[in-house]
Design a protein around this ligand. Structure first.
Ligand code: FEO
Length: 405
């Protein structure tokens, strides 16, 4: 009976990366939401890595608690009787949540992490203080023929994070950094287009708010020789330049000649305005991405915000303010802190309201110039379409003046 249940729980056997280095984590094919917020259209994985030296053995990151048996079974499959170090690059429970079970199974193991991570793990999981060994930036641990170097990397995407670098094999284990929410059987990226899209929305959702710190951390690792990047979500990179260049573009580059329009329409007025503005901008050579928030994948919207120069929010007026779904999207856009340079608002009302003022007040993080909104009474008429043409002219000119077109 136990054998049957174990075989049901086990979803991927250990896979060898190099001699005595294994993937021992879990693939979560069916998860569709992260943090009760982020859509996961393609599932995800919680990658955990086992490294055996001639004298010591280390486990890097654990797995999300509901999948802890997959990790523990995989360690049994490899007949691992002793682990010296369990490396916690990050305290978030999708990687650290199996800490108690792993430390219980391997009572001699030390939990290795940054000092700040130690406090967070104790707060969250009530692990005994004596189980920890904290490491400073650039500190190393020798496994025998193999050396782990720890690189403090705060704010990718929590304050306690670090990366682990296996010096001899030149493998970087960066936890969330360079990750993607993809459930795949491939160990390495094999579909670059799929990976690019998944990694971009992942970057948008959790890394973009800390873009300046991301820049610092990219700078910090730029001189490391890296053959493989082994993140703790999604496939590994055996061509690391691909994802490092993508991150460089997302974090540093100017936005593109792109307008993103998240909107809601109740009775068709705002939809008509959005359709007209999309056409008007497109005729002027601007790329436009529109998202009907009633049905949109919020992760796709987030991904589009990575390189949009302008955000135009479309909302009808509900109870004197913006539609609540639009308010939610505006709150998220403000939290994600994209590098857009301009913003505007379009929409409609029946008898009055403060939708524009309320939306504008929800965007304090965005360093944007607000372009005069177009908010109309009732259904759009000729004069309103003229106002939308003027808005399209202004956006196009501002993109050109900023050197984005
Ligand atoms: Fe994948 Fe920040 O945890």
């Amino acid at each position: 009976m136990e054998q049957i249940s174990l075989s049901i729980r086990r979803n991927m056997k250990p896979r060898e990366i190099k001699k005595d280095i294994y993937c021992v984590g879990a693939i979560d094919w069916d998860r569709r939401l992260f943090d009760s917020l982020i859509p996961l259209p393609d599932g995800t994985s919680y990658n955990s890595y086992l490294i055996k030296g001639s004298q010591k053995t280390a486990l890097i990151d654990t797995v999300n608690p509901p999948m802890r048996d997959v990790l523990l079974d995989n360690l049994d499959q490899l007949n691992i009787k002793h682990i010296d170090y369990v490396i916690f690059n990050h305290a978030e429970p999708d990687h650290s949540g199996s800490i108690r079970e792993v430390l219980e199974k391997y009572p001699e193991a030390k939990a290795v992490c940054t000092p700040r991570c130690k406090g967070m793990l104790i707060d969250r999981f009530m692990v005994a203080e004596e189980r920890f060994k904290t490491v400073e930036d650039k500190e190393t641990i020798a496994l025998g023929g193999r050396t782990l170097e720890f690189i403090h990397a705060p704010w990718v995407h929590w304050p306690e994070t670090m990366l682990t670098y296996l010096q001899e094999e030149r493998i970087l284990f960066p936890c969330d950094f360079f990750g993607s929410h993809l459930a795949l059987t491939d160990m390495y990226v094999r579909d670059a287009g799929q990976e690019y899209e998944a990694a971009k929305r992942y970057y948008a959702e959790i890394m973009m708010p800390f873009r300046l710190q991301i820049q610092k951390n990219l700078e910090k690792i730029k001189d490391y020789k890296i053959d493989i990047i082994a993140p703790s979500h999604g496939p590994m990179h055996d061509k690391p330049q691909f994802i490092m260049e993508a991150y460089h573009n997302w974090a540093y580059d100017e936005p593109g000649n792109i307008v993103v329009i998240p909107f809601i329409s109740m009775h068709g007025s705002t939809r008509k305005m959005v359709a007209y503005l999309v056409e008007a901008l497109s005729r002027r050579g601007v790329t436009v991405k529109q998202y009907d928030l009633a049905v949109a994948d919020i992760g796709k919207l987030a991904g589009s915000l990575v390189d949009a120069a302008t955000i135009v929010i479309g909302t009808p007026t509900v109870l004197t303010g913006p539609h609540p779904v639009v308010a939610h999207a505006a709150f998220l856009a403000n939290a994600l802190n994209p590098k857009a340079k301009f913003a505007s608002i379009i929409g409609s009302y029946g008898w009055g309201g403060k939708a524009v003022e309320q939306i504008a007040a929800m965007l304090p993080n965005l360093k944007v110039e607000i372009i005069a909104p177009v908010v109309i009474k009732g259904f759009p008429k000729e004069v309103d379409f003229q106002a939308l043409d003027n808005l399209a002219d202004t956006i196009t000119r501002k993109h050109k003046d900023a050197g984005l077109a």
